[in-house]
Ligand binder design. Structure first.
Ligand SMILES: [Cu+2]
Length: 171
């Protein structure tokens, strides 16, 4: 299905969600292994395993994922990428039995010492207004901004989800 550009801009964000977000086949709520909060005072957030899903041709949005660990209680407030007009933090929620995504306008809490995973089917990053499709094999710079810690820039690998059997993005 091809959508003319003009329509793509007029279409509600939900349409983009269908193309770019993964239906949450299985909710991932299990907490990751936690690391003890260091006694150091400097607020730092580390970002690991950043990756983005390849975007379908013509899609104006793409989903990215990362695991963030903050030394002190913090909040992911947003970010940016040279590859898109906007980087938003999204959550998935159920409304009338339908999964929908919504922007976390207050940001995503990052409890001290706890690895917070943004993953398909749950909280995720959304690149809005892609300058070009995200192609498997390339890397995309993502910069994250936090309430307290200095911003962090990572190179996100563009690839298919590790468990292809759970990928329903082809719908
Ligand atoms: Cu989204």
């Amino acid at each position: 299905m091809k959508t003319p550009l003009s329509l793509a801009f007029a279409a509600p964000i939900l349409v983009l969600a269908l193309a770019a977000c993964n239906p949450p086949e299985q909710a991932k709520t299990a907490p990751e292994a936690t690391t003890p909060a260091p006694t150091a005072t400097a607020a730092v957030v580390t970002a690991a395993d950043a990756w983005c899903r390849p975007s379908p041709n013509g899609a104006k949005a793409g989903g990215c994922y990362v695991t963030l660990t903050a030394t002190n209680d913090d909040r992911l407030t947003g970010g940016s990428s040279p590859r898109a007009g906007e980087l938003q933090v999204h959550e998935m929620k159920t409304e009338n039995g339908m999964m929908k995504m919504a922007q976390l306008t207050e940001g995503l809490p990052l409890p001290a010492g706890q690895a917070v995973s943004l993953a398909p089917g749950g909280n995720h990053l959304m690149l809005i207004g892609l300058t070009a499709p995200l192609v498997a094999g390339e890397t995309v710079p993502l910069t994250f901004e936090f309430a307290s810690a200095p911003s962090v820039t990572v190179q996100a690998a563009v690839r298919q989800p590790a468990m292809a059997g759970m990928d329903h993005s082809a719908h």
